[in-house]
Design a protein around this ligand. Sequence first.
Ligand code: ZN
Length: 83
Amino acid sequence: MCPHTPTCPDAAAPDREAARTIISHPEQGWSLLCNGIVIFDDTGELLPGGDSIGPHRPTDMPLQTQGAGHYSGPAAAPGSPAA
Ligand SMILES: [Zn+2]
């Protein structure tokens, strides 16, 4: 069924998202992979058997790990404008 070499990962394989995209509709936010999986922009997936997988990659999530937003770098000392 898969014409590619090497063959695409099966829909049940851990690396199933590595399958080739055979139909892409970015304007609609989804793509069909060679192994039958429909993958959405938000990383949700629709499997060939009808199961669905929710978004599971942090692409759309705010960065709220380890308080990285407050780090301003070693050179940015307060009260010292760049002369
Ligand atoms: Zn393929």
